[in-house]
Design a protein around this ligand. Structure first.
Ligand code: FAD
Length: 414
């Protein structure tokens, strides 16, 4: 049964993932205290094991005052090797963001550690677990007090001045705003943690192996005993979700395709409880660029706005950027700025549309039954995109510094 609650918030953030927590931290740094974060799960969700944080993400974490919590725990790595196992071609990238105001190194961190680093910056009780947003009541737009009414799964309705949908790729807030649905990239990712209790002995470098049939396998140490690994492959209707079957399938495929022994060793040390498989979705660059992603004081951030394939490791990094840019444009005055939403989106839509398109091309794989398209795309990607475009876009991605948040000022509560 629907029950209207008397609670009125200045801001409700929907989703306690990377984007939602970073947004909440940015807002509390600006002195906004009347805020809650709704999370449908009963705790922080860290599906996917680990995440690569490139220099642009570290600038955000620095601006939010949480970077030190992670840099103390994780060693940086400086080299990323991409090796084609069919022709032996090897490309090596240096991972530091050299044109940033300081040289920042890349680190891969446990997702759980990142979420906890952000969550522990928030006052107790701000995150409300087991609270799923079902809908935003459209009639609330006409409310003379300018409040939005949010309906939760348990039947409660809460009122708020602003809603930031950080509820991921299947965002309810994005649906309410009328954003086009994300599409399938035709690929899926398997991710897991490999554990070597006596030490793995691998150098602190990122390695990605590719074949010409669209399989990509990568691994990187997280510390002396744990490595994060992933496989990206074409999606099939027969894809199992059972961790033991997934592991067996990966091992058999790697043996059949002659992937190097070191990858097999890593996969064989997997913790089965960490193994997951998910389809890779994206919103097309033109949908990101031209969608109207705010209405009244409601908007979206993170994957809810710009889901992208992980081929440039930018989904989470750009979700972090959104938090600071949103807070600065919309919430740094004494009142919530409606024109600030438009400024926030202008800034974010251009950048994330470009990165989403580039990530898709960087991970493009030949399509079945389309030989002419495959030939043309293969040529374009090898001769033009990989050589001329990708290095520039990568610099554009990682050498972005979101800047600082404005100094704290006293905010009015509703
Ligand atoms: C295989 C793979 C590898 C990746 N690797 C990288 C990488 O190395 N580097 C990088 O930067 N990015 C990477 N990404 C992308 C990154 O994981 C995402 O961009 C990032 O997690 C997005 O964060 P988010 O908070 O927007 O969404 P999510 O992480 O999906 O969080 C959304 C949260 O909202 C909650 N929620 C959803 N609906 C509701 C609702 N109705 N009510 C309340 N709560 C709700 C969910 O439970 C969840 O906690 C990768 C992605 C994949 C798939």
């Amino acid at each position: 049964m629907e029950q209207e609650s008397n609670e009125v918030y200045e801001v409700v953030v929907v989703g306690a993932g990377i984007s939602g927590l970073a947004t909440a931290v940015a807002l509390t740094r600006l002195g906004i205290s009347n805020i809650i974060v709704l999370e449908k799960s009963d705790g922080l969700r860290s599906t996917g094991t680990a995440i690569t944080l490139l220099p642009n993400a570290w600038c955000v974490l620095d601006a939010l005052g949480v970077a030190h919590k992670l840099t103390d725990l994780y060693d940086p790595y400086d080299k990323w090797h991409i090796i084609n196992i069919e022709d032996g071609n090897k490309r090596t990238f240096t991972t530091s963001g050299t044109s940033l105001r300081r040289k920042i190194k890349v680190r891969v961190v446990h997702r759980k550690a990142l979420l906890e680093a952000l969550a522990t910056e928030l006052p107790y009780g701000i995150i409300r677990f087991s609270s799923q947003l079902i809908s935003i009541k459209s009639e609330s737009i006409k409310d003379l007090e300018g409040l939005n009414y949010l309906l939760l799964e348990d039947g409660t309705t809460i009122k708020t001045k602003a809603v930031i949908g950080c509820d991921g790729v299947h965002s309810r807030v994005a649906q309410w705003l009328g954003l086009p649905k994300p599409i399938s990239s035709g690929r899926s990712a398997i991710r897991a943690l490999a554990v070597f209790p006596d030490g793995h002995g691998f150098p602190n470098e990122y390695r990605t192996y590719l074949d010409n049939k669209g399989i990509k396998v990568g691994f990187v140490p997280l510390n002396k005993t744990e490595l994060y690994w992933y496989v990206i492959h074409k999606t099939s209707t027969a894809d199992s979700q059972d961790p033991d079957q997934i592991l067996q399938e990966v091992i058999e495929n790697m043996q059949a395709r002659n992937f190097p022994d070191d990858v097999l060793t890593v996969v064989k040390h997997s913790d089965p409880s960490s193994v997951t498989r998910a389809p890779l979705l994206l919103r097309t660059p033109w949908d990101i660029l031209f969608c109207r992603a705010h209405c009244w004081n409601v908007t979206v951030a993170g994957d809810a706005l710009h889901p992208m394939t992980p081929d440039m490791a930018q989904g989470g990094c750009t979700s972090l950027e959104d938090a600071v840019v949103l807070a600065r444009n919309v919430f740094s005055g004494t009142e919530i700025s409606e024109s600030g939403f438009a400024r926030y989106l202008r800034e974010r839509q251009r950048r994330t549309a470009c990165l989403t398109g580039s990530a898709y091309l960087a991970g493009w794989t030949p399509q079945d039954n389309r030989p002419i398209l495959n030939w043309f795309m293969g040529l374009f990607i090898q001769k033009i995109f990989n050589r001329l475009v990708f290095p520039r876009i990568r610099r554009y991605a990682i050498c972005y510094d979101c800047g600082d948040l404005p100094t704290v000022m006293q905010k009015k509560s509703v």
